[in-house]
Design a protein around this ligand. Structure first.
Ligand code: KG4
Length: 358
């Protein structure tokens, strides 16, 4: 019997197990302020306020992000409760992102969660943002939803700050078996997009351009890194240097070739990601493979997952677009499983900016 079920049954002898469990999830690790409400593991609401203020700077400005979180957090939580039709007094616990992320941003969500939990006299549940991305696959939008991966599975977690291969043995048992030694995949895409003079964030822009380009038009450096680890800094430099040379010869090069550049860049990144994932799946003899994080919205990566599923008989799990980027539904579902484990935390827990899952 999985650990969380056993604990829930034990807990049931102490508490009224017939009572509905309402979890409020709060996410504020980067530039999205998000709140979600679950009843017994089923999503009732998921409200996110994004911050357009960073577009002008070509990247997230931490100080502006924390100020925007301060403005957004009260209305976002209020709206999530209203949409769910749930009163504050009904909440069983508050799950919040404790880290990793931007310290100023995290502090807003962590402080808010502490204040609300203290005023309501309910437990708090700390959530690791990365674990939340993986457990986004367990978000149920209705009682019948049963698309969740089977344990054990591999999860490729690709976002603006991380590129990891995670072996997921249970809700509460995850091991990072490979990760980037420098830049994350999303960071590389964003930086290359910036070098091309495109907007921010670069991921969706590169994705859109790539759909109209030739993925084999250009080749860029691919890393040679041990085991299941990744590296994207060499690719970024190779992209930058090639582009400089081409623009020297033709100042309008980017404008004339941006679709092919985007498609070739995307193909290179997807090839790098999938090669290591395939290696891990083969070595560990695991056929259940998931993808998570902001870059999992990428169409080239999604297509590659479908190709690999056919070729290597994988059962694949691809999240809905709304659960790929930062959202509180994934924090709430992680909080729900921790609630069943009675894995609560105290008021003294500070936010942390850089700890990984291990
Ligand atoms: O998970 P996320 O929302 O935030 C964290 O980094 O935690 O991921 C954001 C990253 C950014 O680098 C963004 O450019 C990338 O995900 N991204 C995409 C796409 N949509 C978002 N990358 C490629 N293709 C996309 N469609």
């Amino acid at each position: 019997m999985p650990r969380f079920m056993r604990t829930a049954m034990e807990w049931g002898t102490l508490t009224d197990m017939d009572k509905d469990i309402y979890i409020l999830g709060i996410e504020s690790s980067c530039d999205d302020t998000s709140a979600a409400v679950l009843r017994n593991g089923v999503l009732l609401s998921n409200v996110t306020a994004s911050q357009a203020v960073h577009e002008a700077y070509g990247g997230v400005v931490p100080e502006l992000a924390s100020r925007a979180h301060q403005q957004n957090i009260v209305p976002v939580v209020d709206q999530a409760l209203k949409q769910a039709g749930v009163e504050r007094s009904q909440l069983s616990a508050i799950a919040f992102t404790r880290g990793p992320g931007l310290m100023g941003s995290l502090l807003v969500g962590v402080s808010f969660a502490k204040g609300l939990a203290a005023s309501l006299g309910i437990p708090m549940i700390e959530v690791n943002h990365l674990q939340g991305h993986v457990l986004a696959h367990f978000i149920k939008e209705n009682e019948e939803d049963d698309h969740a991966p089977r344990f054990p599975f591999l999860c490729l977690l690709v976002s603006g700050g991380n590129s990891q291969i995670i072996l997921v043995r249970a809700y509460n048992d995850m091991e990072v078996i490979g990760q980037t030694i420098d830049d994350a995949a999303g960071e590389a895409i964003d930086k290359c997009s910036k070098v091309m003079g495109q907007g921010y964030p670069g991921g969706p822009i590169i994705d859109r351009l790539a759909r109209q380009g030739n993925p084999n038009a250009y080749t860029f450096a691919k890393p040679n890194i041990k085991d299941y680890d990744y590296s994207f800094s060499g690719l970024k430099t190779s992209f930058l240097y090639n582009l400089r040379d081409w623009v020297k010869e033709d100042p309008d090069f980017i404008e004339h070739h941006k679709e092919d550049l985007a498609a070739s860049l995307e193909k290179t990144i997807v090839d790098i990601l999938m090669k290591k994932l395939r290696l891990a799946a083969r070595d560990l003899k695991i056929r259940h493979v998931a993808v998570a994080g902001g870059v999992s919205a990428n169409n080239g990566l999604r297509n590659a997952f479908h190709e690999y599923a056919q070729k290597y008989h994988w059962k694949i799990y691809i999240p809905k677009f709304s659960f790929t980027t930062d959202n509180a539904a994934m924090i709430a579902i992680t909080g729900y499983y921790k609630y069943l484990d009675q894995d609560f935390c105290g008021m003294e827990k500070p936010a942390y900016s850089r700890v990984s899952m291990q």
